[in-house]
Design a protein. Structure first.
Length: 283
């Protein structure tokens, strides 16, 4: 019997050799660095409590989904009543008279303090690459290799911004005319030093800053930042109003094309130093 037990123990020791240098022991006899004891089956650390403790650290805690702001860098110079009325067939003198509601909607109070105050949500599409097979004619039983082919284009993988309807209707007096203007002038490169060309430029940059909790006495921390370049709105969702509907907040989606994007860990501050103050443990 002792011989059998020794053989089993030796087999277990052999399986666990790869872990010895990491955890300081073996599967049969765990080391001090992992369980705090050299007695098998008697751990002094609760794995459940350790997992819950890790969620209390900033780097591994669950973020807040609703804490974000949307920053629109600028609005097209050609987004004016004069330009729109020359592009569209106007019957009434006030048709597409957008200057006043546009100026109210894009002022600093509505766009600069906490980002676009009308933004109520966003959707960032996936980024994917197509996979295929390196085909072998008459491959019989041989396994064909896998290759990577084309990355999905951004024209199909659009950025979606959900906007809240208000009395000044940012979505219908800014975004909808923007779509019309862009359809006339196109998504082309322009000489921005030429005033006539700059007037036709429909592009802007959009930044999404996602915040999360910090600690007592500290402001929220921007944990992740998305930056989309040369954005142009291409669609505005349809309207559906009926008597008898609940008088709730209406949100309408707008789709945007862009030619590139970046993902950053933070935008405005040195998060590393703040994390060290919140969580002195290494991460």
């Amino acid at each position: 019997m002792p011989g059998i037990l020794n053989s089993i123990n030796n087999a277990i020791q052999g399986v666990s050799n790869a872990t010895n240098s990491i955890v300081g022991g073996s599967l049969a006899q765990p080391g001090l660095s992992l369980l705090g004891t050299n007695l098998p089956g008697v751990p002094l650390i609760s794995f459940r409590d350790r997992f819950l403790d890790s969620l209390g650290q900033w780097t591994s805690s669950i973020p807040l989904n609703t804490q974000f702001i949307i920053l629109i860098d600028n609005f097209p110079a050609g987004l004016t009543t004069n330009v729109l009325q020359n592009l569209e067939p106007i019957v009434q003198r006030t048709g597409f008279d957008i200057d006043l509601p546009k100026n109210i909607s894009i002022n600093y109070k509505n766009q600069g303090i906490v980002g676009c105050i009308f933004a109520n949500g966003f959707n960032i599409g996936d980024d994917s690459v197509e996979a295929g097979a390196a085909e072998i004619p008459n491959n019989r039983g041989f396994i064909q290799g896998t290759i990577l082919k084309d990355r999905n284009d951004f024209a199909q993988n659009k950025f979606t911004l959900s906007l809240r309807e208000t009395n000044t209707s940012f979505i219908d007096f800014v975004i909808r005319p923007w779509v019309i203007m862009a359809s006339h002038f196109g998504y082309v490169a322009r000489d921005m030093n030429n005033p006539a060309e700059a007037l036709k430029n429909p592009k802007t940059n959009i930044t999404v800053v996602q915040y999360t909790r910090s600690s007592a006495g500290l402001s929220q921390i921007p944990r992740k930042t998305w930056r989309f370049y040369n954005c142009v709105p291409t669609t505005v969702s349809s309207r559906d109003y009926q008597y008898g509907q609940d008088e709730s907040v209406n949100n309408f989606d707008t789709s945007w094309v862009y030619d590139k994007y970046e993902l950053n860990s933070n935008l405005y501050m040195n998060v590393h130093e703040l994390i060290k103050a919140i969580n002195p443990l290494p991460f």
